[in-house]
Design a protein around this ligand. Structure first.
Ligand code: ADP
Ligand code: MG
Length: 290
């Protein structure tokens, strides 16, 4: 690799908001066989909003929202912000003993009893049956919604359906990576049903769903163990180990500092299409070296 070609390549990247941190990142980007995208905030806008509240029999949607909002006051998760936004202007009850349930949801005491809220895994762990809402939950997931289950006094009181729109260029970026012979995977802590629907919409080959924060790097390793050279694109603190593990880690510039420090390439414009730009630029640069 001639230092001159690398300088020109990285300079050109920088002018387009694609920051290669070193020469080996530029070289490794030419060899990628698969690119894994984190779902929330990377393929999607990361601006989730509540689109539906379904109450269990004998309950009111507003009661479901208030119980959920009481717990989410203690959380900084993007889903928490969506729920608090929906509860704006309402009188949210006091909550105590807030506890984050990593990769699952959260819990707190409200009106003298524990509220559990989060994904299906959390309900299963707490032995809370979905009862009459099981079919509804599946239906919402099938439509690509993230379903937040809300339970109080050991009983499911309702479901909150949350939508997060794909970034406008996500689908085109994936199609273009395919043209270049690169497979595309999606990695998410969200459930399989929701993830599959979003993957179908975007044309993604491999779905890695229900992944706990501590397991993201292992998923990268598994693909590497199949002989693949893996690119990983993410934005969050819990993406950092996976970004480090990947052959090339790409951080979305609007993400966390931790993600940006762990990455080999920073995409300043937070545009998934810039992954295509990075691969093209690296290939063009390397061609000029030979
Ligand atoms: P990701 O970063 O891939 O979205 P997380 O590990 O943050 O995944 O969360 C995984 C899942 O756990 C979410 O899809 C959601 O169902 C549930 N969850 C986590 N935190 C919360 C929260 N504060 N409120 C509601 N649901 C939550
Ligand atoms: Mg994320």
């Amino acid at each position: 690799a001639t230092p001159m070609a690398v300088m020109v390549g990285t300079g050109l990247g920088a002018s387009r908001g694609i920051l290669f941190k070193n020469a080996s990142a530029l070289e490794d980007a030419t060899k990628l066989n698969v690119v894994i995208f984190d779902k929330t905030g990377t393929l999607t806008m990361g601006e989730p909003r509540v689109v539906d509240i379904v109450a269990a029999e004998g309950r009111m949607p507003e009661q479901v929202l208030l119980l959920a909002a009481a717990v989410e006051k203690g959380s900084e998760h993007p889903l928490a912000l969506a729920i608090l936004d929906k509860a704006e202007g309402l009188k949210i009850p006091e909550a105590r003993d807030f506890l984050n349930r990593d990769g699952r949801g959260a819990q707190a005491e409200v009106n003298g009893d524990t509220v559990f809220l989060g994904n299906r895994r959390l309900m299963d762990e707490e032995s809370i049956s979905l009862g009459g809402l099981a079919d509804k939950a599946e239906e919402l997931k099938g439509a690509g919604r993230t379903v937040v289950h809300v339970a109080h006094q050991g009983i499911l009181v309702g479901l909150i359906a949350i939508a997060d729109a794909p970034r406008p260029t996500a689908k085109a970026a994936i199609a273009r990576l395919h043209d270049k012979g690169v497979e595309v995977a999606m990695l998410t802590g969200d459930n399989e049903g929701t993830a599959r629907r979003v993957a179908e919409e975007l044309g993604i080959d491999i779905v890695l769903a229900d992944v706990l924060p501590g397991q993201k790097a292992d998923k990268v390793k598994e693909l590497q163990a199949q002989g693949k050279r893996v690119g990983m694109v993410g934005d969050g603190i819990n993406d950092a180990p996976a970004l480090t593990q990947a052959d090339v880690g790409f951080a979305i510039g609007a993400g966390t500092d931790v993600a940006m420090e762990s990455a080999d390439v920073v995409l300043m414009r937070s545009d998934p299409y810039d992954v295509v730009g990075a691969v093209e630029l690296s290939r063009a640069t390397l061609r000029k070296m030979h």
